[in-house]
Design a binder for this molecule. Structure first.
Ligand SMILES: Cc1ncc(COP(=O)(O)O)c(C=O)c1O
Length: 391
């Protein structure tokens, strides 16, 4: 099958019994052609020319020298911490408002996650609280192995403040850019901040390999170490010699091929997600007490658009809209439940302002997928307009 350069549209978005989903995969003939070519090449293994090319293409896109393609973003975060020399008893600073993978990576590495609250405008790590936390940890004599800022829903964290704070404390930064491919902050792409950054290509992400991730960095030794650890820590001899405990974390060549096709379509997909956000912004513009999360951030990749509802001013709660849309087969979700509220992290140290808890209570994430058809977008907008009219 031959697919022309300009033939980059996806097939209709996956639906679940007619439901409009938050962010389903956006896959089409270009992906089919790349995948089939990889299959027919015989490189059906976690190594091959598509893996190499995908690494180079993603590294170039995010302005990094080196990359290693991995089975997941979670694997990338784990490897980054191991390669940075995280030891049992160390602390890893994690935003409390994130997906659990960020915090789990710290636990896998034997470290203690310490959670820090976010700024209410963006949901990203609060630099003032980070400063306070690093100071407290230093006074308590704790070694901080890394800080893992998250680019929440594709809006980059405030690296202009975070990086100097961490540099002054002598703590490496690993950017959790799992949600942020294509975002920009101060003229720099997501993935370019910190000692290393990690991207995710899970099924719901801006581009997908069905499951996959990548660690990117300008530090050749760090990336070589991660590559080695991701490949069962095999010494370069024929008889399988191991001096370290490694992991089986590499990305399949077939999935790398899928990722290469998706990367070719990235700009078009970003534009569609941005168009959804702009439509939501217009829909809620005249509604008191409602704002978009990170609405000031023109460089966000618009991976997911969330509204934040102030019930006092709006006269209704985010939950009310969620229930209204669920009946009309429109998927929504709260923003992440903060890590310090998760039973698995009960008792963990957390430095809090209350911002993450408020976003969890008042935030609602709306369908944002690049494959959402005009018809589906109209359905969602109509259902929201109907809800607002009845208030
Ligand atoms: C903020 C964040 N970090 C890490 C991950 C983990 O990525 P993966 O699912 O590829 O392991 C995700 C998404 O799944 C995420 O949203």
């Amino acid at each position: 099958m031959v697919v022309r350069e300009q033939d980059t549209g996806g097939w209709p978005a996956a639906t679940d019994g007619g439901r409009v989903l938050l962010s389903p995969p956006d896959i089409g003939p270009l992906e089919e052609s790349y995948l089939l070519n990889a299959l027919r090449s015989g490189w059906v293994a976690p190594v091959g020319p598509d893996v190499d090319a995908f690494e180079q293409e993603v590294a170039a896109r995010v302005g990094r020298e080196h990359a290693v393609a991995l089975a997941s973003g979670t694997a990338g975060l784990h490897l980054a911490l191991v390669a940075l020399g995280t030891l049992p008893g160390d602390v890893v600073v994690v935003p409390t408002l994130t997906f659990v993978a960020t915090a789990n990576a710290a636990v896998y590495a034997g470290a203690e996650p310490v959670f820090v609250d976010c700024t209410p405008e963006t949901g990203n790590l609060d630099p003032d609280l980070l400063d306070r936390t690093l100071d407290e940890l230093r006074r308590a004599g704790r070694r901080v192995a890394a800080v893992l800022p998250v680019d929440m829903f594709g809006s980059c964290a405030d690296y202009a403040r975070i990086l100097p704070l961490c540099a002054a404390a002598g703590v490496p930064v690993v950017e959790d850019a799992a949600e942020a491919l294509g975002a920009v902050r101060n003229g720099r792409p997501a993935g370019s901040f910190g000692r290393a950054a990690v991207l995710s290509f899970n099924g719901n992400k801006i581009i997908t390999t069905s499951g996959g991730g990548m660690l990117v960095s300008d530090d050749a030794d760090l990336v070589a170490r991660c590559r080695y650890l991701a490949t069962q820590a095999r010494q370069p001899v024929i008889h399988y010699e191991h001096t370290d405990t490694g992991y089986n974390y590499r990305l399949s060549n077939l999935l790398a091929a899928l990722g290469r096709a998706q990367l070719r379509r990235l700009d078009g997909m970003l534009a569609r997600r941005r168009a959804h956000r702009e439509r939501y912004a217009k829909l809620f513009a005249a509604t008191p007490g409602v704002r978009l999360l990170a609405d000031h951030d023109a460089g966000a990749n618009c991976w997911l658009t969330s509204i934040v509802v102030d019930p006092e001013h709006a006269g209704w709660r985010a939950d009310d809209l969620a229930r209204h849309l669920a009946v009309r087969k429109v998927e929504t979700r709260p923003v992440w439940k903060p890590m310090h509220l998760q039973p698995v992290f009960s008792g963990a140290h957390a430095v809090l302002s209350g911002a993450a808890e408020r976003l969890f209570a008042d935030g609602l994430t709306l369908p944002s997928g690049s494959g959402m058809t005009e018809h589906q977008a109209d359905r969602v907008a109509g259902a929201i307009a109907d809800f607002l009219d009845r208030r």
